[in-house]
Ligand binder design. Sequence first.
Ligand SMILES: Cc1cc2nc3c(=O)[nH]c(=O)nc-3n(C[C@H](O)[C@H](O)[C@H](O)COP(=O)(O)O)c2cc1C
Length: 197
Amino acid sequence: MSNILAVYGSPRRKGNTALLLKRAVEGAMEAGVGVEEVVLRDLKMSPCLEIYGCRKTGRCVIKDDFQQLHDQMHACKGLMLASPIFFYSLSAHTKILIDRCQSLWVKKYWIDKVRYGQWEPKRKGLFISLGATKGKKLFDGALLTVKYFFDVLDMELWNSLLYRGLDFEGDVLAHPEYLEEAYKMGKEFVTSLETEV
Ligand SMILES: Cc1cc2nc3c(=O)[nH]c(=O)nc-3n(C[C@H](O)[C@H](O)[C@H](O)COP(=O)(O)O)c2cc1C
């Protein structure tokens, strides 16, 4: 049975992205899969220090909570990532995780010498995000970052849930249809993991 890792990237424990991700997790569990949940704000994780200690083995040398998360990301079949939009990008908590995955980039492209674009997906990702405003380009920056984050995990962006106009904690509760969509998406994610990868 496929396992899923759910990563909560907002500093708010019960914020809008957390509520949506929770519903997606519930949908996945309802479909009978095991889900591990990680709240980034609870971890002790340094930003990337750009020392390239990862050059030898492809593994980051900073000893903190990233190490366990590294193993969890590799062990999962599907990753659910949720982050609010902060300054047209991801939250700082999420970006710290992503930058630490430069070690995976080093492993894939420098050590293993994979050619850009010449790899088969081993796992799938679901991205959940939202912001307060309604602009057309609200998610452009975040989506690009997530695409390349997933790349180092040999992961394809399977789907994303993106919502505009949500700002204060709990705003999403006024949109039960969004929460329902997240629940259904969590279920469908499990089906897609079992049938396609
Ligand atoms: C530091 C910071 C930067 C933000 N930048 C943006 C932004 O660029 N565009 C936007 O639409 N909303 C922005 N917001 C609003 C959040 O995206 C919004 O409050 C969202 O609902 C927070 O999600 P959460 O409850 O999951 O934390 C920002 C909020 C904070 C705290």
